[in-house]
Design a protein around this ligand. Structure first.
Ligand code: UDX
Length: 439
């Protein structure tokens, strides 16, 4: 099938490359010429394991191309995916829909033939219906243009796997205007459906809410264990063992119960806020006030990490703090709302010298926090350190042994913000080891 994908960020670039991998002919569309030039040259503008190979393979096979021209995209296909960003509005909780709106406002007037637009971006409930009305109004093809919603659940670091082998496919269709969206989606995802991946067809509002509530649930699960971690600290209990124990209950499950510095990234934080804002607009803000507490618990992890670093150093003024990890999670170079970088920034503002190292996120971090000191390796970051903070659980850090660093640090003190190292190993080597929510 021929299709276009609007937006070539984490979501759009992955979707475009993976649709080509499924054998479709795909045109990726973006307004950013620098991004397009990179993608055309077979380079992914961000770090995502495995994506570059998929991108190159499909460019070489002639199935994947890129353009900045909406005219070209409208002429190329009658199936269009919308995968642009929906960031948090400045100074407000609500989502900023300007990029989503701009795609519809620019594309719809070019649709002279019937077409289907599948929205993939995370949007406030009600957006798909509004965009559908707008598209039908602007398009010469009028009612021949359908807007359906097909939310994306991919995780950074597993984006290719999650796109080609998702847990489920969800499609919201306009129940008032039965059209071709479902049958076309079945064709697009035929290979996935052959693998018996669950395919749920809903109305538009339900599909939008599935995405918002999935992310709200995940954020709640993480903040739940982090709240319990605070109680564990006060009571002298171990949250990691507790998580293993409650995780054996199949109704609870062990995944997403890792206590630490909390969640960040381009999705969970802004999505729970947008969800609260939308509930307020719908007059049911009380239903989601608990998400404010989820957000509070999460942000408190960052301040308590700064406090732990201060305790370890006596005073942060003039201290040397090594920070291992800047990305919001391992296998990603994304530093949007990253707990690691946020903690590093706060510590530096309080007068410490912060030496930071991350295997992949150095360039993005430098752009956001140019005043931190960036080291070329773990050892370099830890030179003369009064304390080492592990804030992202990269495999490279999980493998660290006390003797790798004992000779370079000023004091053998390590705070494990992701509970990813073995306390016994470090303590028996003479280090002061501190985990979060552990005795
Ligand atoms: C998330 C959702 O998982 C995904 O389904 C959605 O499409 C987009 O948002 P992502 O932002 O890539 O994906 O990251 P995720 O793996 O969910 O992790 C989010 C944050 O939670 C990270 O900062 C991670 O370190 C943190 N986290 C995760 C924890 O602190 N503890 C855990 O147990 C799990």
């Amino acid at each position: 099938m021929k299709m276009s994908v609007f937006g070539t960020g984490y979501l759009g670039a992955t979707h475009a490359a993976c649709m080509a991998e499924l054998g479709h002919e795909v045109l990726g569309v973006d307004v950013d010429p620098a991004k397009l030039a990179k993608l055309e040259a077979g380079e992914v503008p961000f770090y995502e394991p495995g994506l570059e190979e998929v991108l190159r393979r499909n460019i070489d096979a002639g199935r994947l191309q890129f353009t900045s021209s909406y005219e070209e995209a409208a002429a190329f296909a009658d199936v269009h995916f919308l995968g642009v960003g929906t960031p948090q509005k400045k100074g407000e909780y609500a989502a900023d829909l300007r990029y989503v709106d701009a795609v519809i406002d620019t594309l719809a007037p070019l649709l002279t033939e019937p077409a289907i637009i599948f929205g993939k971006s995370t949007v406030p409930v009600g957006t798909a219906e509004r965009l559908g009305a707008r598209a039908r109004e602007l398009a010469p093809a009028g009612d021949g243009v359908e807007v359906a919603w097909n939310p994306e659940f991919l995780r950074e670091g597993f984006a290719v796997q999650d796109t080609i082998h998702p847990d489920r496919l969800v499609l919201g269709v306009d129940r008032d205007r039965p059209g071709r969206a479902e049958s076309v989606a079945r064709e697009v995802y035929a290979q996935l459906l052959d693998e018996s991946i669950p395919f749920l067809v809903t109305d538009l509002a339900t599909a939008e809410l599935v995405k918002a509530s999935a992310n709200a649930f995940l954020a709640t699960k993480i903040s739940f264990i982090n709240a319990i971690s605070e109680v564990c600290e006060a009571a002298g209990a171990d949250v990691t063992v507790l998580a293993d124990a409650i995780g054996h209950d199949a109704r609870i499950g062990r995944r997403f119960l890792n206590a630490g510095v909390g969640f960040g990234g381009g999705c969970l934080p802004k999505d729970i806020r947008a969800f609260m804002a939308r509930a307020g607009e719908l007059g049911v803000d009380q239903a989601l006030t608990f998400l404010r507490e989820v957000d509070n618990i999460n942000m408190r992890r960052r301040t308590s990490m700064v406090e732990l670093a201060r305790e370890a150093c006596g005073s942060l003024l003039g201290a040397r703090v090594a920070v291992l990890g800047a990305a919001f999670k391992p296998d990603s170079d994304d530093v949007r709302d990253s707990p690691a970088l946020n903690v590093a920034g706060q510590i530096q503002l309080q007068g410490a010298t912060v030496n930071i190292y991350d295997p992949k996120a150095m360039d993005n971090s430098r752009a956001l926090f140019p005043t931190l000191t960036y080291a070329g390796s773990v050892r370099e970051a830890c030179e003369e350190a009064d304390v080492i903070l592990v804030l992202t659980e990269w495999a490279e850090f999980r493998k660290l042994q006390p003797e790798d660093l004992a000779a370079v640090v000023r004091k053998k003190v390590l705070i494990d913000g992701r509970n990813c190292l073995d306390p016994l190993v470090w303590r028996s080597a003479g280090w002061a080891y501190r985990g979060l929510g552990r005795p």
